[in-house]
Design a binder for this molecule. Structure first.
Ligand code: ATP
Ligand code: MN
Length: 503
């Protein structure tokens, strides 16, 4: 490759009419006699390369024709504008060099099952979907940092080894720290509160560990969380901070990653509506909503829609199966097979939703004041709203020890969850922190925690205690919501779940 200057696919627009060299991998190819179409990816995008017989030596033409998916190569050719091409340009090839010929790449353009793809994550990262998600994740994390940095927050790196529980004891990953019990951090919040008393506005951003045994689409055992913490703030202040933050990061992704969002089939018009103010409901209003007629009617309508959808999928499957019985070209057969795999997945999901609908309806109807909102309750509330919804003032007994009791109603705490719209559910949990020494001590005892573990945390309430609070936003959940991915395991390169640590 020495001597040739390499161009990136994302830069082709600056090279129209010129001869350039790309270095990348063969994403896909097809040939029809005297013409070959090679789709090359180079990390910055995809480019269709057209090769005419006679434009390179016959031996090279033949080797390229037989070159396997994901082989690495360099290609040289002239940049031509082409409207039908993915990036708007194609390359008319004049030369190519095969760097490494791959054979039998296991992930073909046909559909594969989820488990297969997870076991092949080391290779699946090269797919258009995983590539697009990585790009969006990168933008999102950059936007998160920009937002806080530009709003007067100071970054604090909180520890990953901790001595005490930040949330519940059940989801602690315990380890042996030189003979002493210790845990992996569940939240940076408690340490961040100390820093907020020094710097006023702080945030931490790092990996977070929770031994989640339930296998839901919203839980990983290792995830990334950003947590701001602010001195002298009340609940309204926190809600305003959270909504301007979420609106900012969504707008940044919309501006930077529109093509990737399109590739993933994200609901762009809905994302464009994510502007302040968001909806606000108290927990008590949410409980009334769940048990009321409006929810009953909403779920009944939803069931009808699901049944209609099921019939449509079944008709399409029958149609494709009938076409499989007729003589077809191989590429057409492959296309039908791939669509059938997707349709059957869709059908199974629709069936599951039809089965779950009455269960969710029953859970909602039976909801009683005092319970924490469950996953299905959150889903229902978030399906009934187009914008994110804040649910505030939860029952004290359902929540963590550090949340501040509402002085006007000591049954509830000054907290909130932010539910992303369209059924996605919680992406943020936050609260005002208890700043009164005696009340905090009583809560620690009430929750059965050892006060000796919290001496330094209690000290913050002894020396210049101030009203303060903050929240935590889960990065993978936010990406799943924005991209429309059903499961958050797709939103981190190497997901960790109870039964997944292979790659
Ligand atoms: P949930 O009730 O959904 O299990 P939580 O109430 O335990 O979440 P918080 O302690 O409020 O969550 O954490 C703040 C945020 O961190 C959540 O809103 C979510 O975005 C994210 N989060 C929490 N647990 C997980 C997890 N296991 N995997 C991925 N993200 C998580
Ligand atoms: Mn929460």
């Amino acid at each position: 490759m020495t001597g040739t200057e390499k161009t990136f696919i994302s830069q082709l627009k600056n090279h129209a009419g010129q001869t350039v060299t790309l270095a990348g991998w063969l994403y896909n190819s097809r040939s029809s006699g005297k013409l070959q179409f090679l789709i090359i990816r180079d990390g910055t995008g995809l480019c269709q390369c057209v090769l005419e017989k006679g434009s390179v030596p016959d031996a090279l033409f033949e080797s390229l024709r037989r070159l396997g998916q994901e082989s690495s190569l360099t290609v040289t050719g002239t940049v031509r504008p082409d409207d039908r091409s993915v990036g708007g340009f194609e390359l008319a090839l004049t030369d190519a060099q095969i760097i490494h010929a791959a054979e039998g790449y296991p992930i073909t353009p046909k559909s594969h099952g989820v488990d297969f793809l997870l076991r092949h994550r080391h290779l699946h990262l090269r797919s258009q979907r995983q590539w697009s998600i990585a790009k969006i994740r990168h933008t999102l994390i950059d936007a998160v940092r920009t937002f806080f940095n530009d709003n007067g927050f100071t970054l604090i790196d909180t520890p990953i080894f901790t001595a005490m529980a930040g949330e519940d004891r059940v989801s602690l990953f315990q380890l042996d720290y030189f003979g002493q019990p210790a845990n992996l951090t569940q939240t940076g919040q408690l340490h961040l509160e100390c820093a907020a008393m020094s710097l006023g506005k702080v945030y931490c951003f790092g990996p977070t560990f929770r031994a989640e045994k339930s296998k839901t689409r919203r839980h990983l055992t290792e995830f990334w969380m950003v947590e701001p913490e602010v001195a002298f703030i009340d609940l309204d202040g926190l809600l305003e901070l959270a909504e301007s933050f979420v609106a900012f990061i969504v707008a940044r992704v919309l501006r930077t990653n529109r093509p990737e969002l399109e590739t993933l089939g994200a609901d762009i018009p809905s994302l464009e509506k994510i502007t302040p103010p968001f909806h606000r409901l108290t927990y008590t209003q949410a409980a009334d909503l769940l048990t009321g007629d409006k929810t009953k009617q909403f779920l009944a309508l939803q069931l009808e829609d699901l049944k209609t959808r099921k019939r449509q999928i079944e008709t399409r499957i029958a149609d494709l199966e009938a076409r499989q019985q007729t003589p077809l070209k191989q590429w057409k057969k492959d296309k039908i097979a791939a669509e059938l795999i997707d349709l059957r997945t869709d059908l199974a999901e629709t069936d599951a939703k039809i089965e779950n609908n009455p269960k969710h309806a029953r859970l909602a109807a039976e909801f009683h004041w005092g319970k924490d909102l469950g996953g299905s309750d959150e889903t229902i509330i978030s399906q009934m709203h187009e914008k994110p919804v804040f649910v505030t003032h939860y029952p004290k007994d359902a929540k963590a020890f550090y949340m501040k009791t509402d002085r006007d109603n000591d049954k509830v705490v000054l907290n909130f969850d932010l539910l992303a719209p369209a059924g996605f559910g919680e992406i943020i949990g936050g609260s005002v922190r208890e700043d009164d020494y005696d009340r905090l001590l009583a809560q620690i005892a009430h929750k059965g925690l050892d006060k000796n573990d919290y001496t330094w945390y209690l000290d913050l309430r002894k020396y210049g205690s101030v009203p303060h609070g903050g929240f935590g936003l889960g990065i993978e959940r936010t990406i799943a919501w924005i991209t429309g991915e059903k499961h958050i395991r797709q939103c981190i390169a190497f997901p960790r779940m109870m039964d997944k640590i292979y790659i």
